[in-house]
Design a protein around this ligand. Structure first.
Ligand code: FES
Length: 121
């Protein structure tokens, strides 16, 4: 049975960022994150995580479809499970500085779940 590596943190990351790099055919009505610029978004996340010496505490990596294609570029940050929509390269610095470093999600970019309809009961 494999042994844990001494002095290595398990699980290894305090925050884990997934950026959708899924591609669909150009005529797909849902669109996809890659055509909306997710490779550039991923590159900026990686550049900042590396440049700000946030590794190995924080990791940003590509992922497949997060099933929120209409709202792409889709990004999700764990362990908080904060989902971001329509993320552009220009938004990445704010997400890194506020959420990844300080733990404060960027509210203006969040996918806010629909609020329940108030009944008359
Ligand atoms: S293509 Fe990115 S969420 Fe589906």
């Amino acid at each position: 049975m494999p042994e844990p590596v001494p002095n290595r943190r398990y699980p290894p990351f305090e925050r884990h960022v997934f950026i959708c790099l899924n591609e669909r055919p150009a005529d797909n009505p849902r669109g996809d994150c890659t055509r909306k610029g997710s490779p550039q978004v991923l590159a900026r996340f990686k550049e900042l995580v590396e440049g700000m010496k946030l590794k190995p505490r924080i990791r940003a990596q590509k992922c497949g479809c997060l099933d929120t294609c209409e709202l792409g570029v889709s990004v999700v940050v764990y362990p908080e499970a904060v989902w971001y929509k329509q993320v552009t390269v220009a938004d990445v610095d704010e997400i890194v500085q506020s959420h990844l470093v300080k733990g404060i999600p960027v509210e203006r970019l969040r996918m806010v779940p629909p609020q329940p309809v108030q009944g008359n009961a």
